[in-house]
Design a protein around this ligand. Sequence first.
Ligand code: PEP
Ligand code: MG
Length: 559
Amino acid sequence: MSTVYEGVGVGRGMAVGPVVKVHPSPAVPVGAGGDPDAIEPAFAAVAATLTKRAEGATKTVADILKATAQMAQDPALRAEAVQRAGTGESPAEAVDRSVQRFVDMFQAAGGYLAERVTDLRSVRDRVVAELLGLPEPGVPVLSVPSIVIATDLAPADTAALDPQMVLAIVTSHGGPTGHTAIIAGQLGLPCVVRASGVMAVEEGTEVAVDAAAGTVVVDPSPELREEAAARARVQAQLAQDTLPGATSDGHEIALLANIGTPADATRAAATPAEGVGLFRTEVLFLDRATEPTLDEQATAYGAVLGAFGGDAPRKVVVRTLDAGADKPLPFVTQPGEENPALGVRGYRLARRNPELLRTQLEALAAAARSTGATPWVMAPMIATVAEAAAFAQTAREAGLTEPCKVGVMVEVPSAALRAADMLEHVDFVSIGTNDLAQYAMATDRLRGTLADLLDPFQPAVLDLVATTARAGAAAGKPVGVCGESASDPLMALVLTGLGITSLSMSIGAMPAVRHLLHHHTLEQCQAMAEAALGATSAAEAREAVRALADKEIVGSLAL
Ligand code: PEP
Ligand code: MG
């Protein structure tokens, strides 16, 4: 019998491969003890490991590794650590404090030096682990395609993973709509979160990760391996269908991609996605210690707009910075908020720092001019009509005028309830069901243990989506959905039936959604929406929809 770890699956993919583990940063013991003479060799060992790794790595990864190795060779840093250890601090503590002094110095200097603090912290973690005899911390450099297992991954770590070398991501903590899971989706990787106990799996062991079932199976049987291969064949076959999103009777519903970086844009542009429904710009900011300049931002936005330009330009919806809560940024967000999800995040950052928003909008306007594109732009976490009106005015003043479109996200229940008023000020709205469920159900989206409450099939969440869709229809303006719910093929039918005009999702999820839509009429989708709204629980709603869907296709997609 194989050992099976159960968690919460994100997406529907499946992968089989060897495990690599991401070890957490070591805790630093305080107080005396330990051999100060161990410090120099520990730095040297870390420098040697990183230099060796750089030899086999791609150029970008090699540059990062060499720069980090150089820091581990810095004589001033080593000397300070040795000197501190001589005054009674434990070697690990001496290293930690010395590095912290350099971090403070680099941050005060700003610019290029401030950008290097991540490397410094990485050196500290590695040297401390070496001194304590612990496994090397952080995301390892992969030499064969592998399944990455971690307690949790910082969004910046997840974004830095090489999608060519990662087959799937598994975490023992974190929630299904947390940003680690979302970035995994953007990379097109199957992901299982909250797989409790999974860190016990030995490095190098073969496992099968099934996102649809939410399982991690150790030493999978030949039958399970064959199932993974068969599912990959079905996916490959579905991917042959490149028609635009529409029901079987021709009701169009645009299928758009969720992206976070220019590299995601290049990947998505190579698929039949009809554009981008959510460009999460904060991903570009995540590994930065200082705010990117207007020019840097304009270049990044231009790269994304350019990828969807050409003879038949495709729509790109850019979301302004959504930092805060689980996406803290050192130069923007306030540490230590008691309830960060209810605090200064998303559009609220503009209260304290209006220039940040203005610079971003001006950078997007510059990118629009230089590429000839006409982006759509929207703000996250809008709670009041006044915020929607103010955002629209700021965006237009920054140069994002017609034919560019200005909109807001509906992810706070107040925005859904007042969508009709919002739409008097903006050209479109896009529903973020991840946060809408979090705030409607008073349930932290990072807490996988409460995942049942976050189910977008919850009738109360569906009511808010339906209210917003009705407001859009009355105003004759687009209402998209860009939360993870759009990736669920059955939910995609419900959203279509509710009158949603576009669905934005990770590119890996799109073929199954497209396939199911092509096999149901608008009338069937409307009947499913009605059935879901008439249910009194999420489970009942999903069952009611499944009962009305084409049995054969539901079976073939294992929905
Ligand atoms: C959402 O909340 O549904 C959304 C799309 O935004 P994010 O997941 O980035 O918070
Ligand atoms: Mg959100």
